[in-house]
Design a protein around this ligand. Structure first.
Ligand code: BGC
Length: 493
């Protein structure tokens, strides 16, 4: 059993069904009363997942400590604190036609934008989304990049209308690649490892831009990658284009990560890299954080059975790929030892990833008296009818896992802000500071988002948190990559 073979259906966005789910005719097995035997399992889960203020404070402090350790020396911390080589963020003066390619999970996007400088800003944008076939996520590097380059080539052929490439210029693209990459320059970087269920052979250790260039060559596509960026970095750039106070970006989708604006003198491991702005963006790769997390037996089992045991523990506790799976594992235990679904353990429920994070979010949005939508989803997932007590218990489980995830993510954000504040004394907490957020989990799970914001306010207190604006920057990563392609263009713009 492995996480790689059963990743959830979507990348950074997932739909939440709001309309009643229609059911097909079936053989019904009605559960008549709620088994009290499942209650102690819920109580233990709630205790194990508790995130009281002192624990959140410890997480935030530990995040700040790990950040420093990762900045001191490569390998000094779970947090890789990767240099992005993005020393200049978009200013609004960018002009011209730029492309972006955004690969981060089971979908990828191609985008083009025509930038008109300070007055006209974004004149036009077009994009297409293509889903990556399951087999390519575990195939060879060449197959994956050929697929991407071919979609890009088809998209380029449709260029026209408001999109104009000046004579004598070749097309340039930003490449958002949302996996841990050791950047070697703004337009090159080595894949450290795959995450989020990808397991493509032949790519780790290779320069991602070379892989893409070779594939574009095979497609006869003449395009230059002028910026290779992580999705957090692209999101920060995209949000900064509209708002100068954006200093941090966080992705909470299938996977999770954060980046922020750092002063070069605060990066001891930075040798030989000069930044004339004195600043650079650091990609923390916080998904690998592990210090002091309140983990349960379900987390440990899921991790042990994953394709990357012992890795990405923060990501496995707070991100969209895993929340539904943790809930499923709790429900299996409740079925086994608490007879939650009657005498039998529903077979369908035993399939890893049978319950997705979109499902648990949908269940939490059900405000009907008899929790009809919860019943429908449970029926879809287990093949068993449930009574109201069972439904309520399932919603409690979802809430417990979402609450832990949201609050820990909030503590992580405070950790970054604390680190920035410690170095800059009053510059961070004394003025408006924007954290740009993106990702389907953040966008489509209202309870999760609420827990995150509450935790930030709780840790910082009312005065400091009043300066912190946590703002959704929808799809900033696509346009952000195109903007960074412009900022790093070899042509005058
Ligand atoms: C990757 C990060 C990425 C994040 C969000 C993680 O699994 O390691 O590079 O930014 O997912 O997409």
């Amino acid at each position: 059993m492995s996480i790689a073979v059963n990743p959830p259906p979507s990348l950074r966005s997932f739909p939440i069904s709001r309309s009643p789910i229609t059911r097909s005719p079936r053989v019904t097995m009605v559960l008549r009363s709620s088994p009290p035997a499942a209650l102690p399992i819920l109580t233990k889960l709630q205790n194990d997942c508790a995130t009281p203020l002192p624990l959140l404070r410890n997480i935030a402090d530990a995040m700040a400590v790990e950040m420093r350790a990762g900045l001191a020396v490569d390998g000094g911390s779970d947090l890789k604190m990767i240099l992005s080589y993005v020393d200049f963020l978009p200013t609004g003066n960018e002009r011209g036609l730029f492309y972006a390619l955004d690969l981060g999970g089971t979908n990828f996007r191609v985008l083009r934008t025509q930038l008109g400088g300070r007055d006209e800003r974004v004149i036009a944008t077009e994009f297409e989304q293509v889903s990556i076939p399951q087999d390519l996520m575990c195939g060879t590097s060449e197959e994956l990049f050929d697929f991407i380059a071919s979609a890009l080539a088809k998209f380029v052929k449709k260029e026209g209308g408001k999109f104009i490439l000046p004579n004598g210029r070749s097309r340039e693209t930003g490449f958002t690649f949302s996996f841990p990459v050791k950047q070697t320059s703004i337009d090159s970087g080595i894949l450290i490892k795959w995450t989020k269920g990808f397991s493509v052979s032949g790519t780790p250790g290779k320069d991602i831009v070379v892989c893409l260039n070779e594939a574009m060559g095979r497609q006869g596509l003449d395009m230059r990658v002028s910026a290779l960026v992580n999705d957090t970095v692209a999101t920060l750039a995209g949000a900064r284009y509209w708002d100068n106070d954006v200093m941090v970006a966080v992705i909470l989708g299938t996977g999770t990560n954060a980046c922020y604006v750092e002063s070069v003198e605060a990066i001891p491991k930075l040798q030989g890299h000069k930044s004339s702005s004195g600043k650079t963006i650091i990609n923390t790769e916080w998904g690998a954080f592990s210090n002091g997390l309140p983990l349960t037996e379900y987390d440990r089992e899921m991790d042990a059975e994953s394709i990357n045991p012992g890795e990405q523990l923060f990501e496995k506790t707070i991100s969209g790929m895993y929340l539904g799976e943790i809930v499923r594992r709790v429900l299996v235990r409740m079925a086994e030892t608490g007879s939650l679904f009657g005498k039998h353990i529903p077979e369908k429920l035993q399939t890893p990833f049978a319950l997705g994070t979109p499902n648990i979010s949908s269940m939490q949005q059900d405000t009907s008296e008899d929790l009809e939508a919860v019943g429908s989803i449970l029926y879809e997932v287990t093949g068993v009818d449930s009574n109201l007590d069972v439904r309520k218990m399932v919603v409690e489980v979802c809430d417990t896992i979402a609450k832990r995830g949201g609050r820990l993510a909030g503590a992580g954000i405070v950790g970054i802000l604390q680190k920035m504040e410690q170095d800059s004394k009053g510059v961070v907490f004394g003025k408006r500071m924007v954290v740009a957020m993106d990702g389907g989990l953040y966008e489509h799970y209202p309870q999760y988002k609420r827990y995150l914001k509450e935790a930030v306010a709780e840790i910082l207190g009312p005065e400091l948190s009043s300066h912190v604006v946590i703002e959704h920057s929808k799809d900033g990563s696509g346009i952000g990559a195109a903007l960074l392609a412009a900022t790093n263009s070899i042509f005058e713009h």
